[in-house]
Design a protein around this ligand. Structure first.
Ligand code: RBV
Length: 426
């Protein structure tokens, strides 16, 4: 397999490298958790001798994680986890680091995308760090000989953890994986605030349209959906939520949002944002009910939520009307605008920057300590999906509180005893 590195693919790698390096430095300056972890990793070299393969959104914050793992003593090979989310300049800056090889390039076709995944596996990783599960899948399907020497891996996102759990239930997951997504320090911040802010800012920057006074339909009221709904309401939109889970639907209702099936929401919305992680959320019969000029965006990991094939079948023409906006014209003249090819708009829109630096500092802080834990205590984790130990999550939270200058109370010994006892009543 001879997949070229990003440096080999660019005409002006030096120019790209300089621009990428500036972005990485800006991110790192705003990542106090990663800075504290880097200090420890540089001193203690916990990943000495390890080879880490990564498939993640290759942009500045991810680059900080990549370099911190390299500073901990690892050799790192990285590629993207989505064909549209790589920032080539950042990828080039990473590739210039002696300990890192980057194959990530924006806008690649499916073949080049998977060839780049395989190229990282040719480095014979001992640790994998995935966002969406493509590395784990490729290893199990095409590189099973690597499994024996793999210590374990970490998964960043809800969809990836979902995939891994399905694999685990079928007895097909052959090495230990941490569900990094499921930690409080990741899920309660990145999924809620990160997805909410980055999706809305990417939609706004891509369309130059306002949310105020519009009806925003949010599909899925999980952690991502509640973030999108909250931030859209905060920008004076009327928010409609669609759900399949009764308690989540009730939560959305009690939060003050209108709740209805997509069949009804389709006719109401101006802007649609899917966050379900499932396929076929907006399909033919929904397109048929939509108003002229609606905007459709997906914030779920894969581009399966909006049925673009069905939309293409309905359309009499397709045209890119702005960078990142494709207009599908229907035979009655109505126009439906799809952002970023239905790929996750918070990362794949041409102007997208991914989630804000502060939340990725938390997500990648917990990623970094999870990799360290997997390497240091590998014997404690058998094949399968594991929760990240809660103490590690607290450790990262404490670093963040410290960086923010926030003090909190300690339990007194009486309080601690009270919390542990069952004898005390009225
Ligand atoms: N995500 N990464 C970024 N590097 O800018 N932004 C979001 C970035 C991750 C986030 O943690 C989420 O779980 C995943 O992307 C979805 O693919």
């Amino acid at each position: 397999m001879s997949q070229p590195t990003i440096t080999e693919q660019l005409d002006e790698p030096r120019v790209a490298r300089e621009s990428g390096r500036k972005k990485i430095e800006w991110a790192r300056e705003h990542m106090p958790i990663m800075t504290a972890i880097a200090e420890e990793f540089n001193a203690e070299q916990p990943l000495d001798g390890e080879v880490v393969a990564m498939a993640m959104h290759v942009e500045a914050k991810t680059a900080v994680l990549t370099e911190v793992l390299a500073e901990a003593g690892a050799e790192v090979a990285i590629t993207g986890c989505n064909p549209l989310s790589t920032h080539d300049d950042v990828s080039a800056a990473l590739d210039a680091n002696d300990a890192i090889t980057s194959y990530a390039k924006r806008g690649v076709d499916d073949d080049a995308y998977y060839a780049a995944i395989e190229a990282t596996l040719d480095h014979e990783p001992t640790v994998t760090v995935d966002d969406g599960g493509d590395l784990v899948m490729a290893i199990h399907e095409d590189y099973p000989e690597l499994i024996d020497s793999i210590v374990g891996g970490c998964e960043e996102t809800t969809t990836g953890v979902h995939r891994l759990r399905a694999m685990d239930e079928d007895g097909e997951l052959k090495y230990p994986m941490f569900a990094v997504n499921d930690t409080p320090m990741k899920r309660l911040f990145d999924n809620v605030h990160g997805t909410g802010e980055a999706s809305l800012s990417s939609i706004a920057m891509t369309t130059n349209l306002s949310f105020a006074g519009k009806t925003v339909v949010v599909s899925g009221y999980g952690y991502c959906g509640r973030g999108v709904a909250k931030k859209a309401a905060g920008q004076n939109a009327h928010v409609v939520v669609t759900e399949v889970e009764p308690r989540r639907a009730l939560e959305a209702h009690m939060e003050g949002y209108e709740v209805c099936p997509m069949d009804e929401a389709a006719a109401k919305g101006d802007i649609f944002v899917t966050t379900t992680g499932n396929r076929d959320v907006i399909v033919k019969e929904h397109f048929e009910r939509m108003s002229d000029g609606v905007v459709l965006a997906n914030a779920g990991h894969f581009n399966v939520e909006i049925d673009l094939d069905a939309l293409d079948d309905l359309a009499v023409s397709r045209e890119e009307v702005r960078d990142g906006v494709e207009e599908f014209k229907l035979d009655d003249g109505r126009r439906i605008n799809v952002l970023a090819d239905g790929r996750l708009v918070n990362l794949a829109a041409p102007v997208a920057l991914g989630h804000p630096v502060e939340v990725m500092d938390q997500s990648f802080g917990i990623q970094a300590v999870s990799v360290r834990e997997m390497v240091e205590n590998t014997d404690e984790y058998g094949a399968g999906v594991h929760e990240v130990p809660d103490e590690l999550d607290k450790e990262v939270a404490e670093i963040k509180l410290d960086a923010e200058g926030i003090d909190i109370d300690d339990l007194s010994s009486e309080q601690a005893e009270y919390m542990d006892s069952w004898q005390h009543g009225t």
